[in-house]
Design a protein around this ligand. Sequence first.
Ligand SMILES: Nc1ncnc2c1ncn2[C@@H]1O[C@H](COP(=O)(O)OP(=O)(O)OP(=O)(O)O)[C@@H](O)[C@H]1O
Ligand SMILES: [Mg+2]
Length: 398
Amino acid sequence: MNKKTILAIDVGTGMIKVFAGSLQADGSVAILGSGAAPTAGYERGVITDINALTHSIRQAVDCVIMAVDSQATGSVYLGISGSSLVMQNSIGSIAPTTPAAATSQDVERACKAAIFAVADSDYENLHVFSAKESIAKPGAALEVEAHLISAPKVILQGLTQALANNGLNLNGIVASGIVAAETMKTEILNRPNNFVFMDIGAGTADFVIYVGGKLCFSASLPLGGDYITSDLMQGISVNRAHAEEIKRYYSRLSPDLRNQGVVLDCNDYGTTDKHISFDFLYDIIESRVDEIGAILYDSVKPLLDKHLSVSGQNLECIYLTGGLGTMPSMVSCIAKVFQIHTETVKPVQLADEYAHPANTVCYGIIRYGAKISASEPVTGGGNAWNVFIDKAKKLLKF
Ligand SMILES: Nc1ncnc2c1ncn2[C@@H]1O[C@H](COP(=O)(O)OP(=O)(O)OP(=O)(O)O)[C@@H](O)[C@H]1O
Ligand SMILES: [Mg+2]
């Protein structure tokens, strides 16, 4: 792979997923191959064993390197989520360059002021978005409410160092939910102004709120399909892999099978006694789906109300991705609790083999990496971390 090749690594609770792509002349990225490996050392957004996690990442990267038949890795970007990230809003206020109107440079300066207002030397800022801009009257100060996403330096540097020790030099670490939402946002036809993007995976549910077309808040909750899998493991005494299979089998069935006396053959290699009534599976799975929907509602609704009320607007749509975002009953549960149109989205620009909602984050990371690579070719020398910090600073997004 050459320097215009981009490697995107999505650190998920269930799997590490990797895309290798090649930057095209028009700034788009062509996917060359993908790889995956089971995750170790990372649970519901918390790094529990950095060496085990590094090993899993290296395994997944080796899969993709084999798939695209190359030894070099090009530019490497890694997405993280969960409680390793801190999401917050902060106000920055500056005097505009000219009293007539605020320019994009003014907004950029105000965002920097917002970052400084909450700066903590133990944290590194990964992304900044201008959520709301206001000037009380001509000539007055420009006030920007910025949404900031940061992560502890100890985690960023620890991951960067551990991967470098394994022969993988990172060019950047990004917030998974943010890059997924920002990428899908540009690809949704007839996109509304007020919407929520949710990536619900195995252990984390990332949500991003857009009001008036602007990203105004995001968060990551420790919720996901793993809870359903664990319930099934206990409820029908099967191992994790078997419970995963049963969950996916169930999710393809119609809820109309309920109260029909249907018994499903849920046997796998080594079992003969797993003839389970549909109603029993329904009760186990749907009670957890309802609980996840209720927690999401309790977490998202107050934030939505706060940001929508300022502009007097209404929520128009919820977009779901991630593995659990494909489950029909999860989609209808979210639609029911929020009382809003909800649909599953996936990266349709990708070839069919990659265009799955669970790949949206990986797609978002590679598109993010492509944007940086297109604007600033990767230099050969220098410390990878410093190179990343310089790029991240230049890539402040407004
Ligand atoms: N068809 C399906 N029906 C129900 N659940 C599904 C289906 N496909 C995948 N899942 C579930 O989605 C989860 C995996 O999703 P995903 O790959 O997005 O998670 P992850 O990225 O590994 O984890 P996270 O982002 O939460 O850290 C698993 O719990 C899996 O069982
Ligand atoms: Mg994920």
